[in-house]
Design a protein. Structure first.
Length: 309
């Protein structure tokens, strides 16, 4: 699919995929200070493998731009035709560009769902937001001070989480826009502090939180007892919850809910299991609760997905 980057706002919109690989959607919000925040999600049928082309974006901005691409789930590849570069990214690795021409081809690994957040800021407004000296130093630290240029960098989860948290599904209207603007500015400040200050080593507590997340990924969407989970990883429940949200930008419950809804998506595509049974297996006490949660996440009822298969 070819996208128009000149469009100012794009509400959550279906993103067609070739080859009947699955479903996807895109959302674009224009913020103050010439900032654009975009979120894209792809869901693929289980059993698929390999990198495939998802979208193409070609445009000429009115001024050079600072561009960030961060992956929340899965793995992707950005082909920049202007720079003749291929930039691979995943959950802990982000793409940074300083560009005056957009010629992007976005590829996704079909072996798992992909959730991506992208930020684009005009360089003039980046300097206005951070100050001339900080913006210049940040681009130099990212090694994108030359125009055009691109680099890939590992970024701590608590910083990337700020960007992912920008488009909040529980907010609407102006409040949602203000929330997104605040999160973007918070992300830029945290990014600057990370690259321009003394970057701390990963603390033992943060490593334990990452181990906890890896354990949650093995629960297949089942909600564990948080007090037992905290004890096992050496935290109080309150400290564990605070550290997890700081590191990943969402609560433990939200993280688990995302995982089990992705599991539900795959099951609906690949089994005839009654929805009531499927909801119970995933920990939902009532099929209507499951259906409402699925609809909030993907934008359509679970039954409609099964009818399309």
């Amino acid at each position: 699919m070819q996208l128009d980057t000149q469009q100012r706002d794009l509400p959550r919109t279906a993103l067609p995929q070739p080859g009947e690989w699955g479903d996807g959607w895109i959302e674009l919000v224009t913020l103050a200070m010439d900032m654009h925040l975009c979120r894209v999600e792809h869901q693929f049928r289980p059993g698929l493998t390999g990198m495939e082309l998802m979208t193409e974006v070609v445009s000429t901005p009115t001024e050079p731009r600072f561009f960030v691409k961060a992956d929340r789930r899965g793995r992707g590849l950005l082909q920049d035709g202007h720079l003749d570069a291929e930039l691979e990214y995943h959950r802990d690795l982000c793409v940074f560009e300083h560009i005056d021409q957009v010629n992007h081809r976005h590829w996704a690994d079909l072996s798992s769902p992909v959730e991506v957040t992208a930020l684009s800021v005009g360089m003039f407004n980046l300097r206005q937001a951070l100050g001339e000296d900080v913006a210049t130093a940040l681009c130099a630290a990212l090694r994108i001070d030359r125009l055009p240029s691109a680099r890939v960098h590992p970024i701590p989860g608590f910083i990337v989480g700020l960007l992912h948290a920008g488009l909040a599904n529980h907010l609407t209207g102006q409040l949602r826009t203000l929330h997104a603007q605040a999160k973007v500015l918070e992300f830029l400040v945290a990014l600057s502090e990370h690259f321009l200050g003394d970057a701390p080593t990963v603390s033992t507590r943060v490593q334990r939180i990452r181990d906890l997340r890896d354990e949650l990924d093995q629960h297949n969407g089942v909600v564990p007892h948080l007090d037992e989970l905290a004890r096992r990883h050496g935290f109080t429940e309150r400290v564990m919850s605070e550290l997890f949200k700081r590191e990943y930008g969402q609560t433990i419950y939200s993280y688990i809910t995302d995982n089990r809804l992705h599991a539900a998506y795959a099951a609906l595509l690949n089994s005839d299991t009654p929805m009531k049974v499927l909801a119970a297996r995933l920990g939902y006490t009532d099929v209507s609760h499951f259906s409402n949660a699925f609809t909030r996440k993907f934008g359509y009822r679970p039954g409609s997905l099964r009818r399309r298969t």
